[in-house]
Design a protein around this ligand. Sequence first.
Ligand code: MTE
Length: 328
Amino acid sequence: MANIIVPPDWHIPERLATPEWVFWNRRHFLRQLGFAGAGALAVPLAGCAKAETPETTSKTNGAANAATPSGAYLAARNPEFSPSWTLTNEKVAGRYNNFYEFTLSKDVYRYVDKFVTAPWRIQIGGLVEKPMTVDAMELVELFGLEERVYRMRCVEAWAMIVPWTGFQFSRLIAKVAPKPEAKFVRFETFNRPGQAPGMGQVPDYPWPYFEGLRLDEALNPLTLMVTGIYGKPLPKQHGAPIRMVVPWKYGYKSIKSIVKIDFIDTQPKTFWETLQPNEYPFESNVNPNLPHPRWSQATERMIDSGDRVKTQLYNGYGKYVAPLYAKG
Ligand code: MTE
């Protein structure tokens, strides 16, 4: 195991240069996915101001009342997650990332050229009645997409507010039908050192990146499987083509570029917990009153404005998740 442990670096200066990637349009997106027919995806066309997801089942799932979809990869915004917060500048969010497979620095976008994100098989199995192996975009077809504005809080004490496009993870769980013994979900990222230069730079890290949630956390309506951001398919540096977003936990729980999901009966180890268990425990809920061993978590810095604001317990999502952690 690792002799040299490089902790996440929270002193790296922000890089606020102008963007270099070309914004995706729907045609480009379909080409990437290898879909010939324009009707193949259940994604509303660009320019549809009132796009709707194909399934609008519950209050948190549904997005029937579309509000301000924002780009070429439109999905109706779920009104329950459409706060009046100011969004983080998109260019800044796309140039200030953590994705250690590519680099330990924040300018991940410079190192992702070789990364192939389509086709993208995901294996879903373990203690389930209906295991499946699917392409990430088949999941989009199955579940449709909605947009949600969430706060994201990194353990390094920076934060952003972004519109994610995805589907509630509980719907995938229902599809594969976990057995009663399933108590946890384990996620794993790709393992391709040839496409991800960071993996070779720190070969002692326990690649591929892996994470986990309790089953009740995975079932929580907030837990989102994400394929887009700012109304566009995920750029590689944000975890293309598919990632988790668990907004009440520190960002490292939101694993990127997932290839494997297993339902299991015991609490899995996680990547960062394996490296530094006292600094990155399994649960890792955002908590201003519990300092990281090396720094305070009382405040956080917004990555674009530089504003320092008070950290909120559960990143402000206590209404949804506090009961998960009520003792007794
Ligand atoms: N997932 C993988 N596979 N590899 C990583 O290094 N970093 C995590 C998380 N998911 C990481 C990952 C961390 S530390 C954070 S803060 C978030 O991704 C950052 O997400 P963003 O770059 O889209 O803002």
